[in-house]
Design a protein around this ligand. Structure first.
Ligand SMILES: Nc1ncnc2c1ncn2[C@@H]1O[C@H](COP(=O)(O)OP(=O)(O)OP(=O)(O)O)[C@@H](O)[C@H]1O
Ligand SMILES: [Mg+2]
Length: 254
């Protein structure tokens, strides 16, 4: 077991955000987390990362409470959080420098991860000189470079066009199987979840409770045109729709 979320509840002041959420993630499993806007997904991801402490319940990462200092977690944010004043290379090196990794090793790792995400010839570019998809790749390289066991991703592809998004999903699967990471990824896209995940965890509208925990039993590579793909998609949509209806949520987003 890599990660266990046990009866996690949280309020922001009077606002109940998460209510008794429980699920587990196995080592090297790819889990997608979905649910209506405002149901507490980002909050839950921050709790898993050890950035926020829940009011009750707990998170265990390899049997102990998560801590940013353990370096076990890589975080990829929704809006790429690259430092605009640093080149791609220096962005990737940043976490390693903080950990006081020797310079030679940093250089090697930076080159290796640039290559892994397909940005080999863009290391000396600044973020504003890259496309959105390239910035997401750089963000992924930065999160992976210091070797976290668990990768937490908060809607990493939501700002991308459909074509780039599909391409990056395939890249992510390639990297995931090569690097053998445990992944928890928040997404609003059921299509994305069915394409990527071993399991999809669905939260209700706020306060977020566990609505369903659905295994996607389909071999990879998955084809979106396969009947089975559509069947699972519809099954998930049916679960989420009532959650959206009652808050007037945006069904089109799914
Ligand atoms: N720091 C904060 N202080 C107070 N309230 C907050 C804070 N962060 C989030 N919230 C509230 O908690 C609720 C859940 O927010 P969160 O960002 O976790 O939702 P989400 O599921 O990630 O939504 P989205 O899908 O829109 O990203 C929201 O109602 C939000 O207003
Ligand atoms: Mg969010």
């Amino acid at each position: 077991m890599a990660l266990s979320v046990e009866n996690v509840s949280l309020k922001y002041g009077e606002l109940r955000v998460l209510d008794n959420v429980t699920f587990e993630v196995n080592e090297q499993e790819f889990v997608c987390l979905t649910g209506p806007s405002g149901c507490g997904k980002t909050t839950l991801l921050k709790i898993i990362a050890g950035l926020i402490t829940p009011d009750s319940g707990r998170v265990l990462l390899y049997g102990r409470p998560p801590s940013v200092e353990h370096g076990e977690i890589g975080f990829v944010f929704q809006e790429d959080a690259l430092f605009p004043w640093l080149t791609v290379k220096k962005n990737i090196a940043f976490g390693l420098e903080i950990q006081k990794v020797p310079r030679e090793e940093i250089n090697k790792k930076v080159e290796a991860y640039l290559e892994l995400v397909g940005l080999k010839s863009f290391g000396n570019y600044y973020p504003q000189q890259l496309s959105g998809g390239m910035r997401q790749r750089a963000g992924l390289a930065r999160a992976l470079a210091y070797g976290p066991k668990v990768l937490l991703m908060d809607e990493p592809f939501s700002s991308l066009d459909a074509q780039t998004r599909n391409e990056l999903q395939k890249e992510l699967l390639r990297i995931w199987s090569k690097e053998q990471k445990t992944v928890v990824m928040v997404t609003h896209s059921i299509d994305e979840a069915v394409f990527l995940a071993d399991r999809v965890v669905v939260l209700t509208r706020r306060p977020g409770r566990l609505k369903a925990d659905v295994p996607i039993e389909m071999p990879r590579p998955r084809e979106r045109t396969e009947p089975q793909f559509n069947k699972i998609r519809q099954q998930l949509l049916k679960m989420i729709e009532p959650e959206l209806r009652e808050v007037g949520g945006n069904k089109e987003a799914y």
